[in-house]
Design a protein around this ligand. Structure first.
Ligand SMILES: NC(=O)c1ccc[n+]([C@@H]2O[C@H](COP(=O)([O-])OP(=O)(O)OC[C@H]3O[C@@H](n4cnc5c(N)ncnc54)[C@H](OP(=O)(O)O)[C@@H]3O)[C@@H](O)[C@H]2O)c1
Length: 250
């Protein structure tokens, strides 16, 4: 299927590896001109242009806003960054809560605000945010992620209602357990916490996933690319799970 986004300008945040990199690669496969932001500025694919910017800092967000101004147009924005630290819901101090909200939510809101006027003027745009299955089924020991991503979901849905009639769609894609460094780190932390081997933690985890395995990053990137495509123009305000059936609710 030709997604009809060749030549569109895409800005993918948190894109040196993992889900962001896979999304960037899937967009590049469709001929989009992709700018990939991360702290390192590294790109996993020669077709991408990298920008080093730390989205958890004001200076990093400003660097992305300067890139948006330099580019003159962004047609597709993929919101993503590293997850906040693992923690329980109790005992997180106010500085940590603020840092999680600034890094994961406010940075995205500001960058989206910079790209939206141009999308609205041109009558076409895609805002796709990488979330987590924890939005619909909160994950123990990831309280900051569960809480802040819930706020991002509320923003995404509200924004979809504001810009739909201008040809701009706003959606979220929720990973369950996709095999990336972040998930490997989580398994290692769980193994240390529960006194198990990492392989045991992974087997325990796979047993909870109806498909029986972790997902591949390219399976996730394919959904991001689809939502960016012309054919997904009537899909907005949605959250799509790419989780191998992990979430038990409807
Ligand atoms: N993988 C899953 O199954 C899964 C499930 C639920 C939720 N998630 C969430 O989805 C997001 C992506 O996950 P992932 O598995 O792809 O993680 P990952 O493999 O750790 O990749 C994270 C990406 O974000 C970049 N990044 C991290 N902190 C950044 C910052 N402050 N500023 C700019 N870029 C930053 C990293 O590059 P640099 O290190 O170069 O900055 C990297 O490119 C995370 O928020 C994660 O919590 C993932």
């Amino acid at each position: 299927m030709d997604l009809k986004i060749a030549g569109k300008v895409a800005l993918v945040l948190g894109a040196s590896k993992g889900l962001g990199a896979a999304s960037a690669a899937a967009l590049a496969d469709e001929g989009a001109l992709v700018h990939a932001v991360s702290r390192s500025g590294a790109v996993s694919d020669a077709r991408l242009t990298g920008l080093a910017a730390d989205l958890s800092t004001a200076a990093g967000v400003e660097a992305v806003l300067e890139l948006v101004a330099r580019l003159g147009r962004v047609d597709i924005l993929v919101g993503n960054t590293g997850g906040p630290p693992r923690s329980t819901a109790q005992g997180v101090d106010s500085g940590q809560w603020r840092a999680a909200f600034e890094g994961l939510a406010v940075s995205l809101f500001r960058i989206a605000d910079a790209v939206l006027p141009g999308m609205i003027e041109r009558g076409w745009g895609r805002i796709i945010t990488i979330g987590s299955s924890g939005i619909v089924q909160p994950i123990p020991h990831l309280a900051q992620s569960n809480a802040v991503r819930g706020a991002v979901a509320g923003w995404s849905k509200t924004l979809a209602g504001e810009v739909g009639r201008h040809g701009v769609t706003v959606n979220m894609v929720l990973p369950g357990r996709i095999d990336t460094d972040r998930v490997r780190g989580g398994d290692e932390a769980a193994a240390a916490r529960d006194g198990l081997a990492v392989a045991e933690v992974q087997a325990r985890s796979r047993a909870q996933i109806p498909v029986g395995r972790y997902g591949r990053a390219e399976e996730f990137g394919a959904m991001v690319a689809y939502l960016a495509g012309e054919q997904a123009g009537y899909m907005t305000g949605t959250m799509i799970r790419v989780d191998g059936g992990y979430v038990r609710g409807l």
